[in-house]
Design a protein around this ligand. Structure first.
Ligand SMILES: [Zn+2]
Length: 310
């Protein structure tokens, strides 16, 4: 079993390193997911075991990149919030934020992914009580770390803010704190690209939600090269469609409330969503890598094409 998995992994990595000349280091990408979603970090719930370790890991990874700058002291935006249902104040929550300056525009693209999850809960029938949150959202956090590495070496036209945000699962708290105290004027934000749940899809489909509000993004994304293992779909953004409308479903919702354009990349809910079975061993590596390359292509195209419209 292990051997079989290893061979699959080597084949996957071989394919991608050959065709993309390692623009994204797939080994490192998968290692981030495995690390963040390990039992040691207990589901990364704020104020519980493992959360600060995960926070520190993200901080080390982002701040050690050459060519990134802090927008908050030491790359950390501390914030607090009061949780009404728990009657509890949360004061050990923080967004980790790194900035890559742009070549030719004052406007910035803000890339977000939440690194928190829901912690430890009721054991399932298998006796597992750790909600690892591999897909939700170690997958998005790992993608954010490697996209930051890519753009720190390949300077974009627009500035890029990479924000690993906290306490999404408690009501988009980190993203709300970020837009409330953003270190630049909000009208300097060209768009928010949010990533939440990138690594599992039986149908091999990744959604880009938000183009209902911004058809120009759809026109740009439609020109991207296709990926064999991940198919880009549009939708889940039509007002009045209830839970099928994802406009407020994750951190991009905080940007939407401030009338900042957004694009959200994510998969449809799967059977292990918010259960102890959302584990590293159950992600789909080929689909995940294809998706991350697709998002890299999307960001590069938006960075290039939107310049003409400014
Ligand atoms: Zn999530």
């Amino acid at each position: 079993m292990l051997q079989h998995k290893l061979i699959t992994l080597i084949l996957v990595i071989g394919t991608y390193s050959f065709s993309f000349a390692q623009e994204i280091d797939s080994v490192r990408l998968l290692q981030h997911v495995e690390r963040l979603a390990s039992d040691n970090w207990s589901g990364r719930r704020p104020h519980r075991d493992g959360h600060l370790q995960a926070q520190n890991y993200v901080l080390q990874e982002l701040s050690s990149l050459e060519g990134v700058q802090p927008l908050f002291p030491e790359y950390v935006q501390h914030f607090t919030f009061f949780h009404t249902r728990e009657q509890k104040n949360y004061d050990q929550v923080a967004n980790i934020v790194a900035f890559v300056p742009g070549k030719s525009s004052k406007k910035v693209i803000v890339i977000t992914a939440h690194y928190d999850h829901v912690g430890i809960g009721r054991p399932n029938s298998e006796g597992d009580s750790i909600y690892n949150g591999a897909d939700d959202n170690a997958s998005g956090t790992a993608a954010l770390l490697e996209l930051a590495r890519y753009f720190s070496k390949n300077q974009p036209q627009h500035g890029m803010v990479f924000a690993a945000v906290d306490a999404e699962e408690m009501g988009l708290r980190g993203a709300k704190a970020l837009v409330e105290n953003f270190p630049l004027p909000l009208d300097q934000i060209l768009l928010n690209v949010n990533m939440d749940m990138l690594s599992r899809s039986d149908a091999k489909e990744i959604y880009a939600s938000g183009t209902y509000y911004h058809p120009v993004f759809k026109r740009i994304l439609e020109t991207l090269p296709t990926q064999i293992h991940s198919q880009l779909k549009f939708g889940h953004d039509i007002p009045g469609t209830g839970s099928e409308d994802w406009t407020r479903s994750s951190d991009h919702g905080a940007f939407f409330e401030k009338k900042i354009p957004h694009l959200y990349f994510g998969v449809e809910d799967h059977e292990d969503y918010h259960t102890p079975r959302d584990e590293f061993k159950r992600i789909h590596p080929q689909f995940y890598l294809g998706t991350v390359y697709l998002i890299l292509d999307a960001i590069r195209a938006l960075d290039r094409e939107l310049l003409d419209e400014e």
